[in-house]
Structures are given as structure tokens and as C-alpha cells.
Design a protein around this ligand. Structure first.
Ligand code: CS2
Length: 493
């Protein structure tokens, strides 16, 4: 078998080895602009649209990917070289896998090189939807006030350099302004990040910026832009060198950046697309009136569950989620946390089978073929805590319910943030607030509660005596006895 470099010209020959797009990519135009073409987008939205494009009447729903940050240079270069093509390797729980070349990304722009091209693309009348995966921390929300952070230097930059923005808010504002000026028509902005009420948050944050930077645009937006909420789900670890090597060895495909993911996939969206939308229900997307119950369940159980297993697993010295969750003590801790502290706040969600969801989620975490990196899960924990774990604590406190497991995880994060696991090995921390978190983690060594003064994460929760006592107790226990002994004790109760 000869090796073939993945691009448009090798597709035909590759079709004998893997499934490839059967539609004519040259006929496909970009009705969607997507910002943040990471692994998750490529395993999820781009995959759904690829499937949709196989119904040949859908040619206007291709994707134009946008790389917003200089950090994205590498993926941009790769996708450019590969004509937007990449291989999606889906791994089942039993280890069987399917490989498929995805063709829905038909254009790609690198914003730092050509901000104008991105603004014009977003304002193109053919574009009906702008989708975002800009991460939980990307919305510039001040957790302490619940408001848009106007002090962020990048936001100030954008307000003073309108034609060369750096943030998503600067880009969207200029694009909407241009849409209004050139009569491009309405557009939907769809957030695909793991945030409760992600559409509401996007709208609130964008309007705050616009009120500050381009107030004349507000009326137009009110009647020309919609912001549906959505819930997205598919576990997608970071691609590693062995994924690339394996694909080459087994299938002879030279793909510089394939994506590996689990087979589970879910996308639930509120049907509020002001400029029309593709017929995504035909490929399994659920359209609902209210996405809140789905989102609450997923963030509270799955994403929070990841943070629990990742933080404890990292301190103990594991490197993947499957290793950590199959450690019986961590596995039992996770099950207890979900049953005792999360399930009570979800009990009123109509039509949700929580027991089945929890069982499936533990199976998904345990998938030994996925090897989801704890480093990935623990990246940006300062943004994930307030979205995944702390809302549960707040709700549990309102009903005087248990918060011991959650407080323990927060305490474990404080210890983790010192940068060493319990084997005294360095932890590879990746967090936009890393330096600040480290300072508070150091203070916590002599006064644990000082960690909770990290206002950007804990907001007003730091004033709760019950929470801070539970946190301090957990912190002392971890330092004195180590994670494992503590969780064995906690699991007994
Ligand atoms: C993870 C998510 O980043 C995280 O902490 O929980 O990336 C998770 O894998 C996805 O949301 C799954 O849908």
C-alpha cells in the first residue's frame, strides 16, 4: 500500500481505503462561518455537516473555518495544505473503529493575517450562521460581577482599533456593522461551548461590548440577530503523534492532524435561526424549545464529572481519564458526587433519565481506546470550575444539602495548582489564569481559605461560611493524608 497525502487530489484513490466525501466539494459554498476549528468542532459540527452535504441539495451549508488566535497558526497551515480535509477516527467502546474523511470545511481564514477578510466573510450575505467554539473562558465574563469585563486590555484594544480586532467581540461587532451597512440580512450566532445558557451569555456579552463600542448598532441587532442556546457533546481528546502514525501505518493516509473521538454524539439546539438553517434533524440533531434541561444535565454530570476525575486523577499521578476513573476509589467518589450532590439539583428536569445518563457517562469515561488526556481535562480549570462545579455548590447550599464532595474537588484543585502531584512530579498546567491561581494556591498553604479569595473564579461563593469551612477541612485532609486515603474515608459515609 502506497502512502497518500490527504488532499483533494488523493481523495479518489483514498476512497478504496476509507469513506470520503461523495459530494462535489467544488459546488459547496460556506453558509456557516465557524470560529475555533479545534478537535471538538471537527469531531462534532463539521462531522454533522459533512453528513448533511451527502444529501446533494444542501450545497450552501459548507463551513468557512476561522482561526482567531496566532496560536492556531499550525492547524490553519495543516488544513490549508490538506484543502480543509482531515480524517475522523471514531473509536467504539470495544476498540473497533471507523475512519472517515470529512469535507465540510471548504474555506479557511487565519484572522491575525487578514482581519478584514474575516469581517467580510462574516458579513457575506451567503453566510446565515456564525458558530463558535471559543472555550468556556472565551466569553470575557467577570465571574465576580456576572458582567462583561470591559477592563480586559484586548477588549480595550478592539474598541480603539475597530478594523484590526483581536477578540471575537471585536470581530462580530465589525461584521454585524458591515452586514447592516451592506444589507446582508439577518444572521444567527450559535455558541457551541459548554456554558449554561450559552446563547444568552453570548448575546449578553456581545451586546455589552456593542453598547460600549458601537451603540448605534444595537437596534439593528435586536431585530436581525438570533442567539439560540445549544448543548453539544462528544468526547474528543487532543490528537497525539501515535494517532497520526497509526493512521499512516494502517491505512496509508498521511494526515497531519486527524481527529480521534468516541462514538457518542449529541447536539441539541433551540430552533431559533433568524436567517434559516440546514435540515440538521435529518442527521440526528435534536431541535427543542428549551435546551436548558439538557445543558444543565450535561454540564452538571459529564463536564463536572470530568473535572472531578481529572483533578483527583492528576494529583494521584494518572495521566488519562480512563485510568483515573477505573481506579475504584476515584470511580466510587465520582459516583457518590453525582448521586449525592448533583442528582438532587437535577431532579425536576422533565423527561431526563438521569440514572441511564450517569451509567453511560461512566462507560464513556472508561473507554480505554479514547485515552482522553487529564492535561486536556484540567486545562483552563479556572474557567471550568464556575461553569461545571460551582453552580451545583450554590444550588445545594440553597437547600442546605451536601457539598462535601464538591468542596473536596475544589480543595484538590488548590493543591494541584501548586504544580506537583502526590508523587512530586511536575504537573503540566495550562490555564489563562495560571499565575494568579498559583499565587492564591501559595497563600492557601498557610491559610487554606485564602484560595477562595480568587474572586474571578469563586465570585460571591467565597462568602459562604459552610463552603469555605468544608473547603478548608478538605484542604487540610488532603495535605495531611493524601487524596487516596481521604476519598476512601469519604466513600465510606
Ligand atoms: C471536557 C469537555 O473540557 C472538558 O473539561 O469536559 O471537553 C468534554 O469532553 C466535552 O464537553 C464532551 O462533550
Amino acid at each position: 500500500m502506497t502512502n497518500l497525502i490527504l488532499n483533494n487530489s488523493s481523495l479518489k484513490e483514498l476512497s478504496a481505503r476509507v469513506s470520503v466525501p461523495q459530494y462535489n466539494r467544488e459546488n459547496v459554498t460556506a453558509g456557516i462561518v465557524h470560529v475555533g476549528v479545534g478537535g471538538f468542532h471537527r469531531a462534532h459540527e463539521a462531522m454533522y455537516l459533512d453528513q448533511l452535504l451527502h444529501d446533494f441539495s444542501n450545497t450552501k451549508w459548507g463551513i468557512c473555518g476561522v482561526a482567531l488566535l496566532s496560536f492556531d497558526q499550525k492547524i490553519y497551515n495543516v488544513l490549508k495544505e490538506q484543502d480543509g480535509l482531515y480524517t475522523l477516527v471514531v473509536k467504539e467502546l470495544d476498540g473497533s473503529l471507523t475512519k472517515r474523511v470529512i469535507g465540510s470545511i471548504v474555506e479557511y481564514l487565519f484572522a491575525p493575517d487578514s482581519p478584514r477578510a474575516v469581517i467580510e466573510k462574516m458579513a457575506n450575505p451567503e453566510v446565515k450562521i456564525i458558530t463558535l467554539t471559543i472555550t468556556e473562558g472565551g466569553y470575557n465574563l467577570n465571574e465576580a460581577t456576572g458582567e462583561f469585563n470591559l477592563d480586559n486590555p484586548q477588549i480595550i484594544h478592539d474598541s480603539q482599533n475597530a478594523s484590526e480586532p483581536k477578540t471575537i467581540f471585536g470581530y462580530l461587532t465589525q461584521a454585524l456593522k458591515l452586514r447592516k451597512e451592506q444589507n446582508s440580512g439577518p444572521v444567527t450566532i450559535l455558541s457551541c461551548d459548554n456554558i449554561e445558557g450559552n446563547g444568552h451569555v453570548t448575546k449578553k456579552m456581545l451586546l455589552s461590548y456593542i453598547t460600549f463600542a458601537e451603540p448605534d448598532l444595537l437596534n439593528w441587532i435586536e431585530s436581525n440577530v438570533s442567539f439560540p442556546n445549544s448543548m453539544v457533546d462528544r468526547i474528543t481528546p487532543a490528537t497525539v503523534a501515535s494517532d497520526i502514525a497509526e493512521l499512516k501505518e494502517v491505512s496509508g493516509i498521511e494526515d497531519q492532524w486527524p481527529v480521534v473521538c468516541e462514538s457518542f454524539q449529541q447536539w441539541v439546539i433551540e430552533d431559533d435561526f433568524i436567517a434559516g438553517r440546514p435540515n440538521l434533524e435529518s442527521v440526528g440533531v435534536q431541535f427543542v424549545k428549551n435546551v436548558a434541561p439538557f445543558e444543565k444535565m450535561k454540564l452538571g454530570l459529564l463536564n463536572a464529572g470530568h473535572t472531578v476525575v481529572g483533578t483527583l486523577g492528576s494529583l494521584v499521578g494518572y495521566s488519562t481519564i480512563d485510568e483515573a476513573v477505573t481506579d475504584p476509589n476515584i470511580g466510587a467518589f465520582l459516583a457518590n458526587y453525582l448521586d449525592v450532590e448533583v442528582t438532587p439539583i437535577l431532579r425536576d428536569l422533565e423527561g431526563m433519565d438521569l440514572t441511564a445518563y450517569k451509567q453511560t457517562l461512566i462507560k464513556r469515561f472508561s473507554n480505554i481506546y479514547i485515552k482522553d488526556q487529564i492535561d486536556r481535562i484540567c486545562s483552563e480549570t479556572s474557567a471550568k470550575m464556575p461553569k461545571f462545579i460551582l453552580p451545583t455548590v450554590t444550588e445545594q447550599l440553597k437547600s442546605n444539602n451536601d457539598i462535601a464532595f464538591a468542596s473536596f474537588v475544589v480543595a484538590a484543585w488548590a493543591v494541584y495548582s501548586l504544580g506537583y502531584n502526590e508523587k512530586r512530579e511536575t504537573i503540566n498546567i495550562k490555564d489563562a489564569l495560571q499565575e494568579t491561581v498559583f499565587e492564591y494556591a501559595q497563600l492557601a498553604q498557610s491559610n487554606p481559605k485564602a484560595f477562595l479569595d480568587l474572586e474571578a473564579v469563586f465570585g460571591s461563593l467565597r462568602h459562604s461560611e459552610i463552603f469555605s469551612d468544608a473547603f478548608a477541612k478538605a484542604y487540610q485532609n488532603i495535605v495531611s493524608f493524601g487524596v487516596e486515603k481521604c476519598i476512601i474515608e469519604m466513600n465510606k459515609n
